[in-house]
Design a protein around this ligand. Structure first.
Ligand SMILES: [Zn+2]
Length: 441
């Protein structure tokens, strides 16, 4: 029998954690945090909070159901904080159990652990390449299959069991034209589908959108269409996007180079994600500059404000997070933001009330300063309904557990699965945080 522990991410967008048990042995996949619960933004230091504090406010998963279980491996699907952000708080519950992920994911994980101030993490960490199959016990093996999302080296985590494969598909979209060259490994997915998939665990954040999510190439075109045209005569140019979205940052750096401006990336989280990407050769930073320390940020922005037409600023704060660079600029700090400036939002609004309110406040402040705003030069990194339908066809799973989403998203997924011939309660299971799904027969 296979048991799926739906620990976190089954009532919200965030704090993902799932565990798979076969014959008393457990593989954990992901240990995320829920960003809005810590009032956190990409520049905040939540490492100072204890795990008890974080659990109490629902910011990290409650893994009590795994107490006294024999955990043989921990696997991380990709490097977003809602998938790895709780590692330093939760990995100590499983001392010395090895952690696996792709190189970019593992390097980001090590970075999380390094800044932890309460616990010591003793787990060995292994960088795993696509195609490698790691035997983690006599019965269980794990494999990372290449997929596309909004951060480099994202994987489907496949747990091979004697009863068939468990495929964990959180998060993904099928991007067939990603400018970074990453492509979904359709060939391997098809093979795994033919070998037999016992359970598919799939994200559900955008399953209600009746479309296929466009490629990152579309976002690149949206940005180029605004920045690169003959009549472009904007003075101050400020772009904001996700610090972990390396493909998007590369597009912005390339655009700056084409415009004859210097791209300046401002903020600690931008420095973190691009620094590790550079080590692995995943981003070309030529012509650009990164500033991270508060002093350097102040000094650089003062200089930029003297000759705005020579720069393209890339900053944190697209959700209006307090303390982020753009938010501070809008508050009148760091830079004299005004009528001669244009702010480009290369990010959507993350649809939770806190973000919506903070973003609203930010936009109002920008408008009051006379700043021109260009919103939504962005495409999502998450699968829409038709990506999901295609994944089901590709894998033909015996059972499905919708994951990573609020209750209504999970049920939307289940509805779509019923269109594909599944039945809620029979072979598609909507679960809740801290519950489990038992797959018999
Ligand atoms: Zn993600």
């Amino acid at each position: 029998m296979i048991t799926i522990y739906t620990i976190g991410g089954y009532e919200e967008v965030g704090k993902n954690m799932t565990a798979i048990e076969y014959e008393g042995e457990v593989v954990i996949i992901d240990m995320g945090i829920r960003l809005d619960r810590v009032l956190i933004h990409e520049d905040v230091n939540f490492q100072r909070m204890s795990s008890r504090e974080l659990r109490k406010i629902g910011a990290i998963p409650d893994d009590t159901s795994l107490k006294n279980k024999k955990v043989v491996a921990i696997a991380f699907s990709h490097g977003h904080l809602d998938h790895i952000g709780a590692v330093a708080k939760l990995a100590p519950h499983y001392p010395n159990v090895p952690i696996y992920g792709t190189p970019y994911t593992i390097k980001l994980t090590k970075n999380e652990v390094k800044s932890e101030q309460y616990f010591e993490v003793t787990n060995p960490m292994y960088e795993t390449n696509y195609g490698e199959i790691v035997q983690v016990s006599e019965n269980l093996a794990i494999e990372f299959v290449q997929i596309t999302h909004s951060i480099p080296q994202t994987s489907f985590v496949v747990v091979h069991t004697p009863e068939g494969a468990i495929v964990y598909a959180c998060d993904f979209k099928f991007d067939n034209n990603n400018p970074m060259g990453e492509r979904p490994d359709y060939k391997r997915l098809k093979e795994i589908g033919q070998e037999g998939v016992k359970v598919l665990i799939a994200e559900s954040t955008r399953v209600a959108q009746e479309t296929k999510t466009p490629s990152e190439a579309v976002a690149k075109m949206l940005l180029e269409d605004f920045f690169l045209y003959e009549g472009m005569d904007e003075k101050g140019l400020i772009a904001t996007t996700f610090a972990s979205h390396i493909a998007r940052l590369q597009e912005l750096i390339d655009i700056a180079n084409k415009m004859g401006r210097q791209a300046i990336l401002v903020g600690r989280s931008l420095a973190k994600y691009t620094g590790i990407a550079k080590q692995l050769g995943l981003i070309k930073m030529k012509g650009s500059k990164v500033v991270r320390s508060p002093n350097a940020v102040q000094k650089t922005l003062r200089e930029v404000a003297q000759a705005k037409e020579n720069y393209l600023l890339i900053v944190t704060g697209h959700q209006g997070e307090p303390g982020a660079v753009l938010t501070r600029m809008a508050n009148g700090e760091l830079y004299n933001l005004g009528k001669e400036d244009t702010v480009v939002f290369s990010a959507g609004v993350i649809p939770n009330p806190l973000n919506i309110a903070q973003r609203y406040a930010l936009e109002t402040k920008l408008r009051m300063r006379g700043v021109r705003m260009i919103k939504d030069l962005h495409v999502s990194g998450h699968a829409s309904r038709e990506d999901h339908r295609y994944l089901i066809k590709l894998l033909n799973p015996e059972n499905i557990v919708p994951a990573h989403g609020e209750f209504r998203m999970l049920t939307h997924y289940a509805e779509m699965a019923e269109e594909e011939g599944y039945l809620i309660g029979k072979d598609v299971f909507v679960s809740r945080n801290e519950y489990k799904v038992e797959i018999t027969g």
